[in-house]
Design a protein around this ligand. Structure first.
Ligand SMILES: Nc1nc2c(ncn2[C@@H]2O[C@H](COP(=O)(O)OP(=O)(O)OP(=O)(O)O)[C@@H](O)[C@H]2O)c(=O)[nH]1
Ligand SMILES: [Mg+2]
Length: 328
């Protein structure tokens, strides 16, 4: 039995949710275990939301967009959870403080739950906590989960690996190198949305839509039953948001009909398990006392060209394998 009663999460009790997230983020093995037990009990209630990943360069309007879009969804009867992921911010809430002022209505709305990035800087750790927070939000009845990330390092790939739909917000000045239009990002995108399509940037935005559409033709589709789409909106003037939501619903329907939805989710779950195993094994390997003692010497020998990496890896792994056989 967990310390936090599962029913308090099911009822969406915010204090219980905050406490549960603290457990999931804890480095204390016993607390972590309590968090896992709680999650296990809640598992039947998870998985029913639409999980949306959102990325875009700083200043593209992510916070403004999520505030406007989230409020629209709430008006339409949904409950919205926003989880921020920023592996570059070392402390909890660094950027979300600014964000809370940008997402003022949403963060204080009873039908919304806004959660800053977990504090642990390790990408693998952040991924686990984000995923588990997402499950908790689902059990609490949030039916749209938005996972927001800044375009830093591997965080986009990580977020894409845990959501159903990946949205990339772009500025109207298409082709601008500053947007970091890495091919990789376009390959992850199910939807590209040109924000700030307002005022004198309207024409620019329309041109950007055309250019991105052309660029996407050159890429292979993200899914068998979905070709990435390009839309425009203004988070500030709140235009284009209804069309966007309709497109998201089309996406959901098409993937559900084709069976790709379930397939994608189960694939993600299996990959998640393997990434946890990989991470644990690596940590355990590095903590092994003899290996730890050997590493500096081995690395030095490799750097000096005195040992082949292949052979060095083999010798360290042999230490590991033989101590594991002894433990059996
Ligand atoms: N004209 C116009 N300005 C916008 C729009 N959306 C956001 N902005 C402005 O763009 C600036 C940046 O918006 P944010 O929402 O803070 O952008 P962000 O992507 O969250 O930025 P970071 O949190 O720094 O990554 C603010 O001054 C917003 O008012 C829009 O649709 N049109
Ligand atoms: Mg922001």
């Amino acid at each position: 039995m967990s310390v936090i009663h599962p029913s308090s999460i099911r009822q969406g009790d915010r204090r219980a949710m905050a406490k549960a997230i603290t457990l999931l983020e804890s480095t204390h093995p016993e607390k972590l275990d309590q968090g896992q037990t709680l999650l296990e009990e809640l598992l039947p209630e998870t998985g029913k939301s639409l999980r949306i990943g959102i990325t875009g360069v700083p200043g593209v309007g992510k916070s403004t967009f999520i505030e406007a879009f989230g409020m629209r969804l709430i008006e339409a009867g949904h409950r919205v959870a926003v989880i921020a992921v920023d592996p570059s911010s070392p402390i909890t809430g660094g950027s979300i403080l600014g964000d809370k002022t940008r997402m003022q209505q949403l963060s204080s709305h009873p039908q919304a739950f806004v959660r800053p990035s977990p504090s642990s800087g390790v990408l693998g750790g952040v991924a686990r906590k984000t995923r588990e927070t997402m499950l908790l939000c689902e059990a609490a009845g949030y039916d749209v989960i938005i996972v927001e990330t800044v375009g830093v390092g591997q965080s986009e790939t990580m977020v894409a690996s845990m959501v159903d739909l990946f949205l990339v917000l772009m500025l109207p000045n298409a082709g601008d190198e500053l947007q970091g239009i890495k091919k990789g990002i376009l390959e992850l995108a199910d939807l590209i949305v040109i924000n700030k399509a307002d005022g004198d940037q309207k024409t620019l935005a329309q041109r950007a839509v055309r250019e991105y559409r052309n660029a996407l033709h050159l890429l292979k589709p993200t899914r068998a039953s979905w070709q990435a789409k390009v839309l425009q909106c203004s988070a500030l003037e709140q235009t284009g948001l209804v069309e966007l939501w309709e497109t998201m619903q089309d996406f959901q329907e098409m993937l559900k009909t084709s069976g790709e939805w379930e397939e994608h989710r189960s694939h993600q779950a299996v990959r998640w398990m393997w990434s946890l195993i990989d991470e644990e094994l690596r940590q355990s390997f590095r903590k092994h006392s003899q290996i730890q003692a050997d590493i500096p010497r081995v690395e030095k020998a490799i750097r000096q060209g005195k040992q082949l990496p292949t052979r060095a890896a083999r010798s360290l792994l042999e230490v590991w394998f033989s101590s594991n056989t002894q433990n059996k």
